[in-house]
Design a protein around this ligand. Structure first.
Ligand code: ACO
Ligand code: KIV
Ligand code: MG
Length: 513
């Protein structure tokens, strides 16, 4: 497998997204998270922008120990000097310079002919090499440039001392086949190409940033450039996470992979969204809120039978806990039945048919059908047993000379009645021992809290417990005017949640809500 290097430019091109401006502290926190994610090269900013930007890049450079830190600038000595200042404490610095090379940019923006472009870039790379071992040169707007001139530019950059040459699709204009062909041609024709790494940097103006990036990788690019959540100038950049997951999922096809720590992706995405103020669209690939949520009956049925029917990536891969099946208008009988079991309703086929018809009628009127709606639906007609166990009664024998004993009676979702008595070190302990013996569950009581939620002699007490079983931790709550009853209710509530979670795990981390 070919290793593909990742330069993440969330802190530079990502920050160019309209309305985004990161403080130095925010840049440092994001950079540290990018380092955890295994990014090879973190682009920290464009120091010539302002003194504040120099300061931010300096702080990122000082904080990062396990990645290269790059900073970006024009082919001007003053931009390079600002970058020198900004990267002076970086452990592994890289200078990143750019100059546009396309006919449009040459004529209208730079007022330079081809010779002047080559000369300006070469002089800047040489100047940069006096201070940096590694220089990346980006030939801005490559995808709208004559192919033979791209090759001349790459040749110039190699001779001037660049170690990475980037051929950006600056305005998201390229078609995958055309963009791939640029890399293929450069690889095949430029002498000394093996001395440098070729890089790809795409924008999403036509929604093809990831496709174009992959086309470049397929045709020999060694490095991809992207941003988290795909943020950036105009329609944004290639999403770093999309490329990493595409290569991971279709490694068979591409024979190339990044070294990213994939289960840090979700955390990184949410941190970037929080600090930039840019919400992640629900349908965004990989990190959108709906990326692992299944709504329609046929899909939910497939998921319950075998999740690979409708999931090509598991949520765990990117650091999420579980897939979700949401109940709504498009849900089918299988998912509805599973949710009922989770909630403790065991119905006959006839009852299920009746409940399902009501559920569909409700879903026609309501976007999402919540647990409360299902409870309400069930309590109307079919006698429910809320939760998996329902506490019927608790009796405690207590005197200050002998160990207290408790008798509990519970009804299971399937209607079975369980009755058990046990001793304990105190009244609550006796109740919990009786419940453990009745259910056969082996749990540890991690925490127990009691508080009064109303005033007076008949105050309502609320008990909060935390139970642990193996690596699973659950919380439960119970309220009553009697603290022993509240304690028993909280314990049963926590047990029901634990059993629900176990059921869910048995189905392969798919939760239905
Ligand atoms: C594709 C990209 O993402 S490019 C990066 C975009 N990022 C930024 O622009 C960072 C923020 N920018 C800024 O703060 C400012 O634009 C600065 C400080 C960089 C420059 O500001 P100013 O000196 O006022 O120039 P201004 O931005 O108005 O114009 C850009 C100038 O740089 C020139 N220029 C553009 N690219 C390059 C380059 N790669 N190398 C040399 N000169 C360049 C332009 O032709 C123009 O020159 P002119 O004044 O001779 O016409
Ligand atoms: C890498 C630089 C030049 C860039 O951001 C672009 O071309 O989009
Ligand atoms: Mg860009």
């Amino acid at each position: 497998m070919r290793k593909i290097y990742v330069l993440d430019t969330t802190l530079r091109d990502g920050e160019q997204a309209p309305g985004v401006s990161l403080t130095a502290q925010e840049k440092v926190e994001i950079a540290l998270q990018l380092e955890k994610l295994g990014i090879d090269r973190i682009e920290a900013g464009f120091p010539a922008t302002s003194l504040g930007e120099v300061e931010s890049v300096q702080q990122v450079a000082a904080a990062i120990k396990n990645a290269t830190v790059t900073a970006f600038g024009r082919c001007h000595e003053r931009d390079i000097d600002a970058i020198r200042e900004a990267l002076k404490s970086a452990q592994d610095p890289c200078l990143h310079l750019f100059l546009a090379i396309s006919p449009i940019h040459r004529k209208y923006k730079l007022h330079m002919d081809k010779a002047k472009v080559l000369e300006t870039a070469a002089a800047a790379i040489r100047y940069g090499r006096k201070y940096f071992d590694r220089v990346e040169f980006s030939a801005e707007d490559s995808s709208r440039t004559e192919l033979d001139f791209i090759c001349e530019v790459v040749d110039m950059a190699i001779k001037a001392g660049a170690s990475v040459v980037n051929l950006p699709d600056t305005v998201g204009f390229a078609m995958p086949e055309q963009y791939g062909n640029i890399f293929k041609t450069v690889k095949e024709t430029v002498p000394g190409i093996e001395k440098i790494q070729l890089s790809t940097h795409c924008h999403d103006d036509l929604g093809m940033a990831t496709a174009n990036t992959l086309a470049a990788v397929y045709n020999g690019a060694d490095q991809i450039e992207g941003t988290i959540n795909g943020i950036g100038e105009r329609a944004g950049n290639t999403s770093t996470e999309e490329v990493a997951l595409a290569l991971e999922t279709r490694g068979d096809y591409m024979n190339a992979k990044t070294g990213l720590v994939l289960n840090e992706i979700y955390r990184t995405s949410r941190m970037v969204s929080k600090y930039t103020g840019m919400a992640v669209p629900g349908n965004k690939a990989i990190v959108g809120a709906n990326a692992f949520v299944h709504e329609s009956g046929i899909h939910q049925d497939g998921m319950l039978k075998e999740r690979t029917t409708y999931e090509i990536i598991t949520p765990e891969t990117i650091g999420l806990k579980e897939s979700k099946l949401v109940l709504g208008k498009h849900s089918g009988r299988h998912a509805f039945k599973e949710r009922l079991i989770d909630m403790g309703y065991l119905l006959s086929e006839e009852e299920l048919g009746e409940a399902f018809a009501k559920f569909k009628a409700l879903a026609d009127k309501k976007k999402n059908v919540l647990d409360e709606d299902i409870h309400a639906l069930m309590t109307n007609k079919i006698s429910p047993s809320s939760g998996i166990y329902k506490l019927e009664f608790v009796r405690v024998n207590y005197d200050n000379h002998s160990a207290p004993t408790a008798l509990v009676r519970m009804v299971k979702g399937d209607g079975n009645v369980l009755e058990q008595s046990a001793e304990g070190n105190g009244s609550v302990d006796a109740i919990y021992n009786a419940i453990d013996q009745a259910t056969g569950e082996q749990v540890e009581l991690e925490d127990y809290m009691i508080k009064s939620v109303t005033h007076g002699k008949d105050a309502q007490g609320e008990v909060h417990v935390v139970l642990k079983q193996h690596e699973e931790t659950v919380q439960g709550r119970g309220m009553s005017t009697d603290i022993l009853e509240a304690s028993a209710k909280a314990y049963v509530d926590a047990l029901n949640r634990l059993i629900s979670q176990k059921n869910r795990r048995l189905r392969g981390n798919i939760s239905i809500s």
